[in-house]
Design a protein around this ligand. Structure first.
Ligand code: ZN
Ligand code: ZN
Ligand code: ZN
Length: 516
């Protein structure tokens, strides 16, 4: 008995069904979830109707060779089980599960070793030490905002983004609720076209035109197909040689500056509406904003932004949302960023919506913005880290269009005239060097404040009925590494994280169906 050539474990029984996922079915849903209730330390395995404690992996294999109705257990299942059994044998399975829960089953937790001392000065005693925990470490979530890098931490970031955006529209989280009466608009700014790209369309062809019409490179100018959303062609140019890659990359690079100037021009427009000088207008109506950058399928950034006008000391300004919307539109329609080597404007698809007062506007927009806050340039894990060279780029084996965007950024990055745009450093973000979510200082609360509130809430819950300790305590920590101990633990963490997301979704669904 042992793994076969393909690394999968198979029971010796001749007709074991292989349709069900053994691990999900038997081990996780029945064994591990029952561990705290049924047995304190060991994973249990259901054989027929009997629970069998497992001390080693081979116990499980033996169980299942005797009960041939169980399907195949693959090498991943085996690795996960091995990791759990390892903790179980040290009587630390509960601790391991609690450790994972605390860091949200983060994909690359930071491993900290250390202790906490409490008590009056000179008489401190150690009240907590990581040495009592599995592997002698405390696990701290990595805190990444990228969905690709860590789904668990990205979900927390998404939640915070939602709170942050919402607080700026309806108050709360330390923001005055009177803010809900201030005029606000939701602005979408796209980039101009850099050449024809394949597009999704259910009703009309991708690009209408004469089937024999060709560009200078001999490629068709028309595409009669109707692309589905998932089609890989969507967003790629009809002719890569006609496509203005340099323009697209420079547009990304200049996006943040374009936005900054759009806000300045909007203020100028608003001053004209109020018939005051700009300095005067700023005194009665100041703009604050929160914006999120989204990469379109063609690899060019477009922006979604909430712009709000505030009066002096939190009062309602003497402009209405309609005037604010018009000012934004005028500014976005006229602004150009140009230096001797590059220029950029917004595309023709500028959209502005007045955000009406009330709960619905905040919730809808906040969810929308938060959705983009955890995305990266392409959501392709191959572009998760900076590209160091052309060789590095080639090794990543990207789709052609993405490859050319990155290559163009590297190329332009070598041009001394464009050095201030740092294109090579931002090549993995297709030239874009800005943040994915930014806000003006006055817009609402901060990520830091939300994080602190969460830590305090957790701490209060941990102390529970004992109430807060009145003595001072001090932690002494140092990092000893990152990530899980082995492949089995990583796989198990990923599984738990997915399970949590699933549970949360089901709970939300139940909540919505109940309230309707
Ligand atoms: Zn993480
Ligand atoms: Zn097409
Ligand atoms: Zn062409």
């Amino acid at each position: 008995m042992g793994p076969g050539a393909d690394g999968r474990w198979r029971p010796e029984a001749p007709n074991a069904p292989s349709t069900e996922n053994f691990f999900r079915e038997i081990f996780v849903s029945r064994c591990v979830s029952l561990v705290p209730a049924v047995s304190r330390w060991y994973p249990l395995c259901l054989v027929g109707t009997r629970w069998v404690p497992l001390n080693t992996t081979s116990d499980l294999v033996r169980c299942h060779t005797q009960a041939p109705r169980w399907p195949v257990m693959d090498s991943d299942d085996h690795a996960m089980l091995e990791a759990l059994v390892r903790h179980g044998k040290r009587h630390q399975l509960d601790d391991f599960l609690a450790q994972g829960d605390r860091c949200g089953w983060c994909r690359h937790p930071i491993r900290l070793r250390g202790f906490v001392v409490s008590g009056p000065a000179g008489e401190e005693t150690v009240t907590f030490s990581s040495s009592s925990l599995p592997d002698g470490v405390v696990l701290k979530a990595c805190g990444s905002r990228s969905e690709v890098r860590c789904p668990s931490c990205a979900a927390i970031y998404r939640g915070d983004s939602r709170h942050l955006v919402r607080a700026g529209l309806e108050g709360g989280k330390g923001v005055d609720e009177a803010i809900a009466l201030h005029p606000a608009v939701f602005l979408t700014l796209t980039a101009p076209s850099f050449g024809a790209v394949h597009a999704t369309s259910a009703v009309s062809p991708c690009h209408a035109g004469h089937p024999r019409a060709r560009c200078a490179h001999g490629r068709p100018l028309a595409c009669p197909r109707r692309h589905e959303r998932g089609d890989e062609l969507v967003g790629t140019p009809l002719c890569p040689d006609c496509y203005d890659y340099e323009g697209a990359v420079l547009q990304n690079a200049l996006n943040s500056e374009l936005w900054r100037r759009t806000m300045i021009y909007t203020e100028r427009q608003l001053a004209a509406v109020l018939d005051r000088t700009q300095a005067d207008a700023r005194r009665v109506a100041r703009l604050s904003f929160c914006r999120v950058a989204e990469f379109q399928r063609r690899g060019v950034v477009h922006l979604h932004a909430i712009v709000r006008a505030d009066g002096p000391e939190g009062s309602v300004p003497p402009v209405d949302a309609g005037q604010l919307a018009r000012a934004c539109l005028q500014a976005a329609g006229t602004i150009t960023v140009s230096n001797p080597n590059a220029s950029a404007t917004w595309g023709r698809q500028i959209d502005v919506q007045v955000l009406e007062h009330g709960d619905e506007r905040a919730r809808r927009v906040a969810t929308y913005v938060a959705k983009y806050a955890t995305k990266t340039s392409s959501d392709d894990p191959r572009l998760d880290a900076p590209v160091r060279s052309f060789e590095d780029l080639c090794r990543r084996e990207l789709p052609t269009h993405l490859h050319r965007m990155v290559a163009t950024a590297l190329d332009l990055g070598a041009d001394p005239a464009l050095s201030e745009l740092n294109l090579a450093r931002h090549a993995h973000r297709l030239g874009y060097g800005g943040h994915f979510l930014t806000k003006s200082r006055r817009y609402s609360t901060t990520f830091g404040a939300l994080r602190d509130a969460r830590v305090q809430w957790r701490e209060a819950r941990r102390l529970g009925d004992d109430g807060p300790e009145d003595q001072t305590s001090e932690g002494h920590w140092h990092a000893v590494g990152a990530g899980w101990t082995d492949r089995g633990e990583s796989l198990f963490a990923a599984h738990q994280q997915r399970q949590r997301t699933e549970d949360k979704r089901e709970a939300e669904l139940a909540w919505y169906t109940r309230s309707e």
